[in-house]
Design a protein around this ligand. Structure first.
Ligand code: PEP
Length: 257
């Protein structure tokens, strides 16, 4: 059975005190709602780099709460001023790294080829990439979303072997839904997740496809998570805005039926 995952991408938000308060609030919410997370579920907290080590310490002892990073470079070390390697992130105790968020693709020009190298580096460090793919509005309006997602996945992931692809999470995040308040309908999300699972099945076989975790991201909130998560191929969410409020975030975590 696939794990149900809700990951909170804080983006470039929260000062140090606020960050530690938010992690504490998330833990408090989990404790106060007995059924907040089951053994098949996992919460991933993804704060900005400087707050990762504290977050890791704070969630220590909570089996179903992990910490991740929002980005990393593809080299393990060296003269790359300002960059952070997967090894460094691993040494803090974090376990996941987002690769290819649409904000990285658009503001920092990260190409499919460059993201391929990042995916390799994250796997090399034995961490789990959360690989993001998604189409901009024009692509959806011209009904070319499947071609674009296929290209993103093929060019950044299809060099991996079965074992490597099995250690990766894919997040489908339509660009037009990120931070806009405009969510994909549950049917649109299901349709794309099913398409992605089929792509994986064609290349790697049914077992790999059945086991790969596919998250939906894009204005996922407490009021729409239940319907989104009720779809067969939606295994949870990558949450931006709503992950900054512990109550909302945990309500989303509780949205699996
Ligand atoms: C995101 O940044 O990955 C995201 C899905 O943001 P939001 O939930 O705010 O749309």
């Amino acid at each position: 059975m696939r794990k149900k995952i809700v990951a909170g991408n804080w983006k470039m938000n929260m000062l140090q005190d606020e960050a530690s308060q938010l992690v504490n609030d998330i833990i408090k919410e989990v404790k106060s709602t007995n059924d907040a997370i089951t053994n098949e579920q996992e919460i991933i907290i993804i704060p900005p780099f400087p707050w990762i080590p504290d977050a890791v310490k704070q969630v220590d002892g909570y089996d179903n709460i992990s910490v991740g990073a929002q980005n990393s470079y593809h080299e393990p070390r060296g003269a790359f001023t300002g960059e952070v390697s997967p090894e460094m992130i691993k040494s803090t105790g974090a376990e996941y790294i987002i690769v290819g968020h649409s904000e990285r693709r658009s503001y920092f020009n990260e190409s499919n080829e460059f993201l391929k190298q990042k995916v390799n580096a994250v796997l090399e460090a034995q961490l789990t990439p959360i690989f993001c793919c998604g189409e901009p509005l024009e692509t959806r309006e011209s009904n070319k979303q499947n071609e674009l997602i296929e290209k993103q996945i093929q060019e950044s992931l299809f060099h991996l072997n079965k074992e490597q692809i099995s250690n990766l999470i894919i997040a489908y995040e339509p660009v037009w839904a990120i931070g806009t308040g405009k969510t994909a309908t549950p049917e649109q999300a299901q349709e794309m997740h099913h398409f992605i699972r089929q792509l994986i099945a064609k290349k790697y076989g049914d077992t790999v496809a059945e086991n790969i975790v596919l998250l939906y991201g894009g204005s996922c909130k407490p009021n729409n998570a239940v319907e989104l998560f009720s779809k067969n191929d939606v295994d949870g969410g990558l949450i931006g805005g709503a992950s900054l409020k512990a109550k909302d975030f945990i309500e989303i975590v509780q949205s699996f039926n």
